[in-house]
Design a protein around this ligand. Sequence first.
Ligand SMILES: Cc1cc2nc3c(=O)[nH]c(=O)nc-3n(C[C@H](O)[C@H](O)[C@H](O)COP(=O)(O)OP(=O)(O)OC[C@H]3O[C@@H](n4cnc5c(N)ncnc54)[C@H](O)[C@@H]3O)c2cc1C
Length: 412
Amino acid sequence: MSSIKTAIVIGGGVAGPVTALALREAGIDATVYEAYNAPATEAGGAIMLQPNGLAALELVGIDRQLQLVGQPMRRQLFEHGDGKRFAAISALSGLQPALMVPRGELCGVLHEQAKARGVAVEFGKRLIGVDEQAEGVTARFADGTSAQGDILIGADGIHSTVRTLIDPAAPSPEHAGLISFGAPAGPDATPAWLKEDEIHFVMGKRAFLGYFRMRNGRTMWFSNLPYDRPLTGEQARAVPQEQWWAQLREAYAGDIPAEALIASSSPDDLIVLGSMEAMPPVPKWYRDRMVLVGDSVHAPSSSSGQGASLTIESAIELARCLRDLPTPAAAFAAYESLRRKRVEDIAATAAKTNSQKSGGPLARLMIRALAPVATRTFLTPEKMFGPVHRHRIDWARHVTADQGAATQDAKV
Ligand SMILES: Cc1cc2nc3c(=O)[nH]c(=O)nc-3n(C[C@H](O)[C@H](O)[C@H](O)COP(=O)(O)OP(=O)(O)OC[C@H]3O[C@@H](n4cnc5c(N)ncnc54)[C@H](O)[C@@H]3O)c2cc1C
């Protein structure tokens, strides 16, 4: 039985509201403190939630609301720049399809549900420091206010402040050698054959592009352009949109249908995201009464398609450990044991995908030659995705202090 009654959750993105909702189920009262003045319901782009993340959301009762705003993706199609398909992967047998959810809608649903179930969320609260006591922790915010709780959870994203408060020597996010963009294609540019429940991934001649048909009939595309220097979102957005657009047109010249999709977009609609980033392994996940969850501790690059799903899993496992173990130290240790291997394995796989995306013509030729055989033989969809997508959390099962370590050995 836990001695922990209250939690301060820093960050109101994905990890924050889900952790707070799961903690409520675990009998712990959590308040979320978000730096911005409102939930990020206007944020652009879309997030693909995978079956493992959707199953984890069911545990906090948020799955149905998301199905209303999301778009099921039943097949993933992999193509070369000349339009030839080299693999088609359907949802694995017995699993629900992945769900594409606009980023803003995901945030909106999470905040709506948190509010409806009595989770307090305070906006305009940017954490700048903490004071630790033997029996609790005080969070200090930039507006001069503070808050107290038994524990503090850093759900403050890939550029986490809590990570550095836990360990001043903690690593920072790394540039994956790619910069990311997205945009809706022009209203008349959607190919007639493009289905609403299929997502296409193209290994083009010089760069990677993904695209899918949105519910409004328009095509959304997203690009990862090889780029050797790190560039924050802010730095990338300081470059005129027209300039990026011209660079994208050049990079995808001759690629089907990338060239036409990009040409049909308006440069004004370009979503410029900057460097694709990933967290290297974080040595310290917790210290005393502070712990990390989500991108602050295990952000795989977006090539994994797993960032949000792993975040949701971790939020729920953390609440489960805090529910069942008597002290923060015991709960945090079990939580790390349950999660570390799985999230680091997935991040390592995504890093390999990135080197293919940023690789030169030789890497592309290798993919072209090997992919069709590989996906039919040793690299079947079940082998590639089964261990990741079939992962389930047994919420009802009691966590014991040594269970985490045992699970660590057994799971992907
Ligand atoms: C381009 C892109 C595409 C992606 N696509 C996918 C995808 O298809 N599928 C997928 O699963 N994942 C995807 N991801 C990853 C996914 O978005 C993240 O894994 C997920 O948002 C992590 O949630 P989080 O709550 O940990 O962090 P965030 O969502 O970043 O939330 C952190 C929150 O903390 C707040 N905050 C930060 N500092 C402070 C502070 N000092 N005080 C108070 N609040 C603070 C921030 O304002 C923010 O609201 C993508 C990411 C990117 C960048």
